[in-house]
Write a protein of this length. Structure first.
Lengths: 340, 242
């Protein structure tokens, strides 16, 4: 495939994505698509520290919760627009990532993963048991309801689903761009190197702890933005849903099944798996409690066994076969093309 | 001749074991020095003390007139000390070129420049043909070359080579010796741990012998190999009169 064709394909894809809300008119379907994109976004954000840097975080729910709660508490109490609140929520998430990462990134083995689990479990309990925090209402186990102000771009409240679709689409493009930039920058080389071998990386001048921290901070900020988006979309924060283990592990699942450490793997994993999960839930959800989750788990298991490098590896092989076939065809009809 | 590296009373104890014991030695700028000794003599430990993997119990490491004792390996690299590992450590899932680029990033932040630096080094060590091969698919001699290439990419003034000839056949050793000599001719000071004595003698003007963590001999290859202490250390007491 030559470069012109690639760009053409990309442009076509973007146009189709922009037109989706015109074609999908039922709010439920659009909501499902929005959630798929949100999961793709969150998985990609996790991938920066979990995939590129290879540091297994099992507590990214902390960051979605930090972003969502802080932004919404500021909005409910002071009417501060989420557009501004997200920087405060994101900043707080970055701070927490440093608190977890600084002491544990100097160590090897499971310590970072353990610290993320411990702190995230602690935070879930903390939110569940806190009703008020100074002037702010947290809501404890009942959850936090976002104050309704009617259609308002400043408050990110829309009665139509369409604006949310475009916002999350933009966020997904943003996280893909950031991932692409990391992968091709000095930081990306450093992260992959230290994931492969920390001693060799240090001997080549890499400050291992600093590089891991950079990845963790970036990842925390982007994940917090995902939390803010969740809050304005759902308008209700339930501590276990936004901060709990299922939120944290879901990001890990989607990223690994899609292909962690790659730019597009988590995106593909996020979209495909969320879609599959939603379809199974739609058709089987009412029949036997938990059956859809069991089937979902089996699918994840099968992918991990037969595609350990993720769904993306399968796509890449298909693409290679396809482009090789196209190349052969082109080679037979004209030699010019092969030089391009 | 200026001294690029000086070890002063360098000592490290692991519990009751003194792995390196009051080691005093120096390297002159531009020379090639061999560090030999029986297995377990403390050669690799001495390397790890120089590059900061271990912190010495006592003593000093002076590089280029500056006391650098206690710095971390990544800081040592920025100071200009490169090293290879006895058990090679390629970044398996990166290509040869990407492996080398990681080192080049010490002196540049631009991937484009790093790629150019890597090109030059691949040519130097003869890995151009393997440019896009994943490092995990390389043969042993190629891995040893990559190990040196990665260290060279950081533009070291002093290069520590830890048994880069081990496991190579005679032809491969000959090639590697040529490569190390040419690196040395480029002005990079070399300190190498080696068991292949003939090759070491071909490269190094001076040899230091360690045994049980202590320096037992120092001098030209001829002096060292005819030293009775050294023969004893390698072959045992019975050969005392040999």
């Amino acid at each position: 495939m030559n470069i012109d064709k690639k760009y053409l394909l990309l442009a076509g894809l973007i146009i189709v994505l922009l037109l989706v809300p015109m074609m999908v008119t039922r709010p439920y379907y659009l909501h499902v698509i929005i959630m798929c994109l949100l999961w793709a976004y969150l998985a990609s954000s996790w991938n920066i520290v979990g995939g590129f840097a290879g540091q297994l975080s099992l507590g990214h729910g902390i960051y979605t919760a930090t972003g969502a709660y802080i932004t919404m508490m500021l909005f409910n109490t002071y009417g501060l627009s989420p557009w501004l609140g997200l920087f405060i929520g994101g900043g707080a998430a970055v701070l927490i990532s440093v608190i977890i990462g600084y002491p544990t990134f100097g160590l090897r083995g499971a310590y970072y993963a353990l610290a993320t689990v411990a702190i995230s479990e602690g935070i879930v309990v903390l939110i569940n048991s806190t009703q008020e925090l100074g002037p702010f209402r947290v809501g404890g186990a009942e959850g936090l309801i976002v104050k309704m102000v009617g259609d308002s771009a400043a408050a990110l409240q829309f009665s139509s689903k369409m604006p949310y679709y475009y916002i999350i689409l933009f966020m997904l493009f943003l996280v893909i761009a950031v991932s692409y930039w990391i992968k091709n920058s000095k930081l990306g080389y450093y992260l992959i190197a230290l994931k492969e071998d920390e001693d060799a990386a240090a001997a080549m001048g890499i400050n291992v702890r600093k590089s891991k921290l950079m990845a963790a901070m970036l990842s925390a900020f982007l994940t917090a933005l995902g939390g803010v988006f969740y809050a304005v979309l759902i308008r209700y924060l339930e501590p276990n849903a936004i901060a709990g283990g299922s939120m944290s592990t879901q990001m890990v699942f989607l990223s690994i099944v899609g292909g962690s450490g790659t730019v597009l793997g988590p995106v593909i994993g996020g979209i495909i798996l969320s879609l599959v999960s939603e379809i199974i839930r739609f058709y089987l959800g009412g029949q036997l409690m938990g059956l859809h989750l069991f089937i979902y788990g089996m699918i994840v298991l099968l992918v991990i066994i037969y595609q350990p490098k993720g769904i993306i590896a399968m796509f890449e092989r298909l693409l290679q076969r396809f482009s090789r076939a196209a190349y052969k065809k082109g080679g037979a009809s004209g030699v010019k093309d092969s030089g391009a | 001749m200026s001294r690029i590296l000086e070890l002063k009373d360098l000592t490290i104890k692991f519990g009751g074991l003194t792995a390196v014991n009051n080691l005093n030695m120096h390297l002159n700028e531009g020379e090639a020095l061999g560090l030999i000794g029986p297995n377990g003599a403390g050669k690799t430990t001495a390397f790890n003390l120089i590059v900061g993997v271990y912190q010495p119990t006592s003593g000093k490491v002076v590089f280029n007139g500056e006391d650098i004792t206690g710095l971390k390996p990544d800081q040592m690299c920025h100071k200009g000390i490169g090293r290879t590992f006895q058990v090679v450590k390629p970044f398996g899932n990166m290509t040869v070129q990407q492996n080398i680029m990681v080192g080049a990033f010490v002196n540049t932040s631009s991937p484009k420049e790093a790629r150019q630096i890597a090109e030059g080094i691949m040519e130097k060590v003869g890995l151009q043909a393997k440019k896009d091969v994943l490092a995990l698919n390389l043969t042993i001699p190629e891995r040893k070359r990559l190990e040196m290439a990665k260290a060279l990419a950081t533009k070291p003034r002093l290069l520590l080579l830890d048994e880069v000839l081990a496991g190579l056949n005679p032809t491969e050793i000959e090639d590697a010796v040529k490569l190390i000599k040419s690196i040395n001719n480029d002005g990079i000071t070399i300190m190498m741990i080696e068991h292949v004595l003939q090759a070491t003698m071909a490269i190094c003007g001076r040899i230091v012998v360690l045994d049980y963590g202590k320096k037992i001999a120092e001098g030209s290859p001829q002096e060292v190999t005819s030293n009775p202490e050294v023969i004893k250390a390698y072959l045992g007491d019975e050969y005392d009169n040999a």
